[in-house]
Design a binder for this molecule. Sequence first.
Ligand SMILES: Cc1cc2nc3c(=O)[nH]c(=O)nc-3n(C[C@H](O)[C@H](O)[C@H](O)COP(=O)(O)OP(=O)(O)OC[C@H]3O[C@@H](n4cnc5c(N)ncnc54)[C@H](O)[C@@H]3O)c2cc1C
Length: 377
Amino acid sequence: MIDIVDKKDCTGCWACANICHKSCITMKTDKDGFDYPIVNESICIKCKKCINICPILHKQEIQNNPVAYACFNKDEEIRKESSSGGIFTLLAINIIEDNGVVFGARFNDLFEVEHNYVESVEDIKVFRGSKYVQSKIGYTFTEVKKFLEDGRKVLFSGTPCQVGGLKSFLGKEYENLICTDIICHGVPSPLAWDKYKNEISNGKKINNISFRDKTYGWKDYSFRMDFEDGTRYFEKGSENKYIRGFIGDIYLRNSCYQCKFKNLHRESDLTLADFWGIENINKNMDDGKGTSFIIVNSERGNQVLNNIQEKIEIKEVSLENTIKYNISAIQSSYNNPRRKYFFKNIFKLKFDKLVDNSLKEDFMIRLKTKVKKIVKS
Ligand SMILES: Cc1cc2nc3c(=O)[nH]c(=O)nc-3n(C[C@H](O)[C@H](O)[C@H](O)COP(=O)(O)OP(=O)(O)OC[C@H]3O[C@@H](n4cnc5c(N)ncnc54)[C@H](O)[C@@H]3O)c2cc1C
């Protein structure tokens, strides 16, 4: 049976909970807000299925020739609502118009982030836009399998570890499955998000949230929370405490600091990301409204991208040159020693103060280390 000894060895993909036919694995939320499997030993029959499908214990090695592109959706409205170049929406429309099903991360009624599926073009909008919180996968892998075995096309979108979990759970290739992942900085704690969301909304009913509002442009994105009473909380991303804490690596999942899925040979068919550095790679593809960086990882990915060719602007780019502007593709987040401080004080301090203290102290630690190094040399 699965036994998580070191938290960095569990991405919280729920594959073990999905595979257990005896339903003896429950995902329990830890004190930092992340889910981990707990086995009810009294009903476990020791079949080892949970161990055999764990994507960390049995990591797939992929051999392929990835090809990179800069591209964006020609539909200005969709691109504005999307975090990068709005490519995800086009892929999703393509699958649904072929009687398929699309899985992705959405907000529920409480503005928590969870995985779910949609079957109509109208509903794709619930997945649009990056939500910087670890999404709860739940039993979606089981649902994916059912749709695939019914012969439906399925587009599954998620983080690289979620795609890894799904592929392990399925255990075989399905012709009718397309997977897209993202270049992932790391996933923030649902507990940290809950605290931030509650402090900002302060009892007001939330109507909508965008982590990547493009009012001041794609590169200078803002955080926005709209309330039912018509008011709005709006702040530039560079000043917003939640975004700063996320980028500052103080409340990511433990596994993100030693991510086993940082790789250019991926299990997904397509990787979607922001094309940071586009101004240095291809100025014609940079109009400030959002450019996607796409890596085609498989022939199936290539076919799906071909299906949307007429609706996008696209240019092939060098993968090597582009990766240096988006190092999260291959490098784990900084294992910030102030993470402990953040979670130790999460119920004691206001969110803004907590992030300020965490980031300030972190800077001091880095400075001290630097000074020590200089003195030593
Ligand atoms: C936690 C996180 C970290 C990221 N880190 C980076 C990074 O370091 N560098 C980079 O270039 N890009 C990163 N991205 C990806 C980027 O922000 C865009 O999501 C991506 O480029 C797709 O943009 P789009 O315009 O095509 O579609 P959009 O409509 O903006 O994206 C929607 C897609 O994102 C998925 N999604 C949204 N939130 C989540 C979530 N919490 N978990 C899983 N999937 C989610 C949806 O299911 C859907 O597939 C990150 C995204 C997330 C969610």
